[in-house]
Design a protein around this ligand. Structure first.
Ligand code: ZN
Ligand code: ZN
Length: 174
C-alpha cells in the first residue's frame, strides 16, 4: 500500500512543466507558470475579472493521512482550485488544494491531500482545456467524467472537508 498521502507541491510543478514543455500543451508562445496560494477562494471580484482572472475548481481523487494518529483515508472529492489568467504573454496559474480532517481526531487543522502522478496529470489536463477555451478561444475538449478514478469511498463528510466548510466543494452530480 503506497498510495501517496503527502502534499507534494513539486509533483505538481514538475508535471506542469512536463505537460507544457515535453508534451507541448498550451503551445501558443506564451510562458505559463504555476504557483500556490493556500488562502484563495473561488470568488473573483469585479476588479480581478477585469484583470483577466478566472477560476476552475477541479474534483480529484486523493489520499490523506492524519498528522496526529497516522490514520489514512481516500477521498473521491478533493477540491483543487485553480485561478488563472493570461496577460501580456504571461500565463499565471495559482493553485490551492483543499484539505480534510481526520474523523477520529476531529481537529481544527485540515490535512492536505496526496495525489498519484496520474491524478495530477488528469487535473492539469482538465485545467489546460479550460485555459485553451477561455484564454485561446478553442473548443473545449470533451472529458466527460469529473472524477477520473472511479473508486468507492465512504460518503463524503461535509464537516470534515475544508472545501465544504467554505461552501465550494464539488457537488454530487458533477
Ligand atoms: Zn487522526
Ligand atoms: Zn467537501
Amino acid at each position: 500500500m503506497s498510495r501517496p498521502t503527502d502534499w507534494i507541491p513539486s509533483l505538481w510543478l514538475d508535471t506542469f512543466d512536463e505537460l507544457l514543455y515535453d508534451d507541448n500543451e498550451l503551445d501558443y508562445g506564451d510562458e505559463w507558470t504555476l504557483n500556490f496560494n493556500y488562502r484563495q477562494t473561488d470568488t473573483v471580484t469585479h476588479d480581478e475579472r477585469k484583470r483577466g482572472w478566472k477560476v476552475y475548481s477541479h474534483c480529484a481523487y486523493g489520499n490523506f493521512q492524519c498528522a496526529t494518529c497516522r490514520k489514512t483515508w481516500p477521498s473521491a472529492r478533493v477540491v483543487v482550485l485553480f485561478r488563472y489568467r493570461l496577460r501580456k504573454g504571461r500565463g499565471t496559474v495559482l493553485m490551492r488544494p483543499f484539505g480534510q480532517t481526520c474523523r477520529r481526531c476531529q481537529e481544527d487543522e485540515f490535512d492536505l491531500p496526496g495525489f498519484t502522478k496520474k491524478e495530477v496529470e488528469h487535473a492539469l489536463l482538465r485545467l489546460f482545456s479550460k485555459i485553451k477555451k477561455n484564454c485561446y478561444h478553442e473548443e473545449e475538449e470533451d472529458h466527460s467524467s469529473t472524477c477520473s478514478t472511479k473508486v468507492r469511498t465512504k460518503p463524503h463528510e461535509k464537516t470534515l472537508c475544508e472545501a465544504c466548510v467554505l461552501g465550494i466543494c464539488c457537488t454530487d452530480d458533477e
